[in-house]
Design a protein. Structure first.
Length: 682
């Protein structure tokens, strides 16, 4: 146990990558890092946003004294998620947090039918089997239609009458169903069981046809093999086609009704156990922070250090990030605007509105009551705002009053799985001169991982004053396979952190599947992955980045969309997270990682500054005339004009000194070198 009080421990920042259920890797990691550090800034995307909010809430709880055991509570989360949701009920708590809308329950079951399968064939068979089972009505229709075709065919083959042929066909169908049910319960792989079921069905039907028809057993076997195989294939294709069409049509209408997600994250029966995801997250964050007994949920203002009993002030300004006690930031994507945002929203991001009737379908009563109180103050003094359908809209509260769970939910809206979050904003480009602004348009906010799945840029500075750790998640490396039965500390493939400045330069990529024309789908998938992840991937080999990114590998049946992960997989990921924290502590808190990191950043920054100072455009004195023109136009006062002229002159002087020195810092900068540029704030 670290005897240093949490508030006196050295600060650090932490950024965590998204990945839906991969978030079970983070709680143990956070709790272990908390033994050595206090968290000043925490950020993440999607599941990383959940972990970041949990980390911020736990840090608030232990520093404020509201929950001294908050980090221990957070560390126990993987065990809770892996435990049965309800005694005697199948499925872990993690799985049951994802509660589909009632009208999408069958579609969700089809998705679950493909999870945790070991190979592509298994996933396809699992999904198709679940789809046929859930949409059994259209399957029965396909069987009846094909049976009408099968009766005359059986008559021609066996010489039976119409009634007898129909009876035999019905008996064949019953036998096939019995065989498939029995074989499905046998151990072994999917393909061997399918072949066994086909062989058994053919043999039983051949015997039945031979017994009632005017053909011998050998001829019946040949005819039955051909007929049953053809009938099964055709019936299966018809059934799959009808079921797929029904699945797609009902799913599209159901997703539209449920804000484009299978699960909204909220359930009307908030007291029921297990809870829905957003309802549970609200209580979880409030419990870690020690505010569960207060009348409002945890807000960003609480984390910043704003007094809890301060009155609500309309359009309250943000506290500067440098003065926030705990700075939480998460990533979200406004897909309607093709924009990404960090929450808390930056200045000049525009005013957003929400429809209470829509949001009460996404957030629990506790959150909505607080938003009602804040919105009443925010809306006072402003004319009412209505949407295109005439519905009354409410102003989204200032950042300090925004519940943390709202920001996390906006970052976590994984497409199709979790409903998007609707907000409204004015499109001022539609305003004509002399005309009122049209009603606000709906803006759909979805998963932050669409924009940046590991937003390491949140807390970076040219010369950092504290380490910013990042946790990356990646697939299993073929040279370093993962043994789930072993602890992370016992194998090379689970956790990776460079131990020197020469490591981590190379990044593995999977070979393209271009041996067949089907490889086009792999190519298109890589195109989408590149568009989504290039911004994150480019930082992994860079100096000043790679040394502080600990990477945790996952097997295909771990994390990601594996909603019904087995307890052993959850435990393995939690163990990997704790070991990743140990590696960071050994490198930075106990080793030379932090001094080395500062040297790298200094050498990089110095080279960038030199390139800026020596740039010919900076040396151009014509910029002085621009400064004077800016002042003449009223943009600068006299003091600001003189200050800007002085800065430009000083920078030119430094550049001239460097030029006259005959030496350069640039060759000593770590490679590859970055570039300095003006970049919009997210």
């Amino acid at each position: 146990m670290n005897p240093i009080p949490p508030a006196d421990r050295p600060p650090c920042d932490l950024v965590m990558k998204g990945g839906i259920t991969s978030g079970v890797v983070y709680p143990g990691l956070i709790a272990r890092l908390a033994d050595e550090y206090r968290f000043r800034s925490v950020g993440g995307t999607s599941a990383g946003a959940i972990a970041a909010a949990g980390c911020a809430a736990a840090e608030f709880g232990r520093q404020s004294g509201r929950n001294a055991g908050a980090m221990a509570d957070l560390a126990r989360l993987p065990q809770q998620l892996g435990s049965p949701a309800v005694a005697g009920r199948e499925g872990s708590m993690l799985f049951h947090l994802f509660r589909p809308a009632p009208w999408l329950a069958d579609h969700f079951a089809v998705l679950v039918g493909a999870l945790n399968k070991q190979n592509t064939i298994g996933r396809i068979v699992g999904a198709v089997s679940a789809m046929l089972l859930k949409f059994w009505g259209v399957v029965l229709l396909a069987v009846l239609v094909m049976a009408l075709v099968g009766v005359p065919a059986l008559q021609a083959l066996s010489g039976l009458g119409t009634g007898a042929a129909a009876g035999v066909l019905l008996a064949c169908l019953v036998l096939c169903v019995v065989v498939w049910v029995v074989v499905a319960r046998l151990p072994g792989g999917t393909l061997p069981r399918v072949l066994l079921a086909l062989a058994a069905s053919v043999a039983l039907n051949a015997a039945l046809v031979a017994g009632v028809g005017r053909v011998g057993l050998g001829a019946a076997l040949v005819m039955s093999t051909a007929a049953v195989s053809l009938w099964i294939v055709l019936t299966g294709l018809v059934a799959i086609g009808l079921a797929a069409a029904r699945f797609v049509m009902t799913m599209l209408s159901g997703l539209q009704r449920n804000f484009w997600g299978l699960c909204s994250g909220h359930a009307d029966d908030e007291a029921a156990r297990p809870q829905a995801l957003t309802d549970w997250l609200t209580g979880f964050f409030d419990g870690l922070a020690g505010v569960a007994a207060t009348p409002r949920p945890l807000t960003f203002g609480d984390l910043w250090g704003e007094p809890a009993d301060a009155p609500i002030v309309a359009s309250a300004p943000d506290r500067p990030a440098r003065t926030r006690e705990i700075d939480l930031q998460v990533m979200t994507t406004a897909v309607s605007q093709q924009m990404c945002y960090a929450i808390p929203l930056r200045d000049n991001a525009g005013q957003y509105y929400y429809d209470r009737a829509e949001w009460e379908r996404l957030f629990p009563t506790r959150v909505m009551q607080w938003l009602d109180a804040v919105s009443a103050v925010e809306d006072a003094g402003h004319p009412p705002v209505h949407g295109a359908r005439g519905q009354l809209l409410r102003r989204l509260p200032p950042n300090r009053y925004l519940p943390v769970v709202v920001a996390v939910r906006m970052s976590l809206s994984f497409p199709v799985l979790l409903s998007a979050v609707p907000l409204y904003a004015h499109d001022f480009s539609l305003r004509k001169e002399g005309q009122p602004v049209p009603p606000p348009k709906r803006v759909w906010f979805s998963d932050g991982g669409i924009s940046s799945n590991m937003p390491l840029h949140f807390f970076d500075a040219p010369l950092p004053g504290r380490p910013t750790f990042a946790i990356g998640l990646k697939g299993e490396h073929p040279v370093y396979p993962i043994d789930p039965a072993k602890k992370a500390s016992e194998q090379e493939g689970r956790v990776y952190l460079p131990e020197s400045n020469r490591q981590g330069l190379g990044q593995y990529w999977a070979p393209p599947a271009d041996d067949t024309p089907v490889g086009l789908f792999d190519f298109l998938g890589k195109v989408v992955d590149t568009m989504q992840n290039w911004r994150d991937q480019i930082v992994f080999p860079y100096p000043g980045y790679r040394d502080r990114i600990v990477q945790i590998s996952q097997r295909p049946d771990e994390g990601g969309l594996n909603l019904n992960m087995e307890r052993r997989h959850i435990d393995a990921l939690a163990d990997a997270g704790e070991f990743a924290a140990e590696r960071l502590i050994q490198r930075f808190a106990q080793g030379d990682g932090w001094p080395n990191h500062k040297q790298i950043r200094l050498r990089t920054f110095s080279a960038l500054v030199e390139e800026l100072l020596r740039h010919p455009r900076l040396q151009d004195p014509a910029w002085d005339d621009v400064v004077r023109q800016v002042a003449a136009d009223g943009q600068y006062n006299a003091t600001q004009r003189d200050l800007t002229l002085h800065v430009l002159a000083a920078l030119r002087g430094l550049g001239q000194e460097m030029e006259a020195s005959g030496d350069s810092i640039v060759p000593r900068a770590p490679k590859p070198r970055p570039e300095m540029r003006v970049s919009p704030r997210i």
